[in-house]
Design a protein around this ligand. Structure first.
Ligand SMILES: *Cc1c(COP(=O)(O)O)cnc(C)c1O
Length: 422
């Protein structure tokens, strides 16, 4: 459930009519709902609480906006970060260092150092080499780095190939069959406090079965590691729960997920850690756009909007579906392709789709844009970087400004030796 609903024929975010934001902030822009974010954070927690001692770390890469992170920090969430930049963001947003988990397949020496410096709660190691490097750096500073070993369980998450991470050919984690040997060797290093294992098999999961299979394998691994004398206190079960982008998608609810987790992890006697991203942020945001003009096409008309693939990349890179709705629908529909102004054929949001009828200057929204939306935006075609707005009741704030091409050009330099005509 979200708080983007029609009232008197006009799409609102909570109690605020979206045209107010379009007029005052301009389009395209992202609009987030505080109440929706808080609701999703609460529902996820309530779903998982029955599984025992839990730690929730929001996957910052899904939506790294400082205001969004602050809302989640206030809900008691920590952060799952995958870069030094995300680590600094989580701290800047008020998350506690000990609640931060550092994931990612390519943590650099300086990023490991940063994590130690800031005193983060856990490093999820993705290879033996990374564990050795972290142990060396930590030992030289007289520290013991709290860590888990990320395991690749060889489970097909049944999701889009570009967001699947838990098959043996994927780059993430260490293969589950060699994990015990690697765990043993890492556990002997002075600079590490190895305390468990971690897993994350992919994103936008529509079924619980792959997760259940994965967690069962993790349970066997925990038993095996304990049998070898290791003290296992933490198991990180990752993120990945899907959200409905289309009317016929029906992903498992956090409550159903929590029931499965409680059943499979019964008797593990560990702190269970979770890294939800999309399920918290996805339906908490929309991207608003304005129609530039309608252009007749061969199969159907083109609705050319002022948002483009640089603002919302998911359709271009994952063939993702984002539901389109007019902000002031007339009740009529049309079959059209909704496209952006960028000079790429992949700059298309909807292909020959039946949508609300719109005309030049009308406003529309793409739903479910709160996760992997603004964070992937870029300035291709020298377009501005898209702004973000947070709504709370009938008030709003611009929580990320539109960055104009002039600001970006100011950071570019033409060397003198080019100016001299040589
Ligand atoms: C991306 C990612 C997540 C979050 O995935 P969602 O599908 O957004 O829940 C969690 N953990 C890790 C390690 C990730 O890379």
């Amino acid at each position: 459930m979200d708080h983007f609903q029609y009232r008197d024929g006009v799409m609102h975010a909570e109690d605020l009519p979206l045209p107010v934001i379009a007029e005052q902030v301009g389009t395209p822009c992202y609009v987030y709902s505080r109440a929706t974010l808080e609701r999703h954070a609460r529902v996820f927690r309530e779903g998982l609480e029955k599984a025992g001692d839990i730690h929730l770390a929001f996957a910052v890469k899904a939506n790294p906006n400082l205001a969004v992170l602050r809302i989640l920090a206030n809900q008691g969430y920590g952060a799952d970060v995958v870069s030094g930049g995300e680590l600094e963001r989580a701290l800047a947003a008020g998350m506690k260092a000990e609640d931060i988990v550092f994931s990612g397949v390519g943590k650099s020496r300086s990023e490991l150092l940063l994590g130690l410096d800031r005193g983060i709660g856990q490093f999820n190691l993705e290879s033996e080499e990374e564990g050795i490097m972290l142990a060396e750096i930590a030992a030289a500073r007289g520290q013991k780095a709290p860590a888990t070993l990320r395991v690749n369980p060889d489970v097909d998450a049944g999701t889009h190939a570009k967001i699947s991470t838990g098959k043996k050919e994927n780059k993430f984690g260490v293969a589950i069959d060699i994990a015990p040997d690697i765990y043993q060797r890492l556990s002997e290093l002075d600079g590490l406090d190895l305390r468990g294992v971690a897993v994350h098999i992919g994103s936008q999961l529509q079924q619980l079965e792959p997760l259940e299979k994965c967690y069962e394998r993790m349970g066997q691994l925990v038993e095996q590691l304990r049998g070898a004398g290791h003290e296992i206190t933490h198991v990180d079960l990752g993120g990945g729960l899907g959200v409905p982008y289309t009317p016929d998608e029906n992903p498992p609810s956090p409550a159903d997920y929590g029931d499965m987790v409680a059943r499979v992890t019964k008797g593990w006697n560990v702190t269970l850690m979770f890294e939800p991203g999309r399920v918290i942020a996805g339906n908490s945001g929309v991207m608003m756009t304005q129609v530039i003009r309608i252009k007749p096409g061969v199969n159907s008309d083109f609705v050319i909007v002022d948002a483009a693939m640089n603002d919302l990349m998911r359709p271009a890179i994952y063939d993702a579906w984002h539901h389109f709705e007019a902000v002031r629908p007339t009740g009529e529909t049309m079959t059209a392709s909704i496209v952006g102004p960028i000079c790429e054929s992949s700059d298309i949001f909807a292909k020959e789709r039946e949508v609300d009828r719109v005309v030049t200057d009308d406003l529309g929204i793409f739903r479910t844009a709160g996760a992997y939306g603004a964070t992937m935006a870029n300035t291709y075609n020298s377009r501005p970087l898209v702004p973000e707005v947070l709504v709370d009741g009938d008030r709003y704030a611009v929580v990320a400004e539109r960055i104009e091409p002039a600001t970006i050009m100011a950071a570019e330099h033409v060397p003198d030796w080019l100016k001299q005509g040589g």
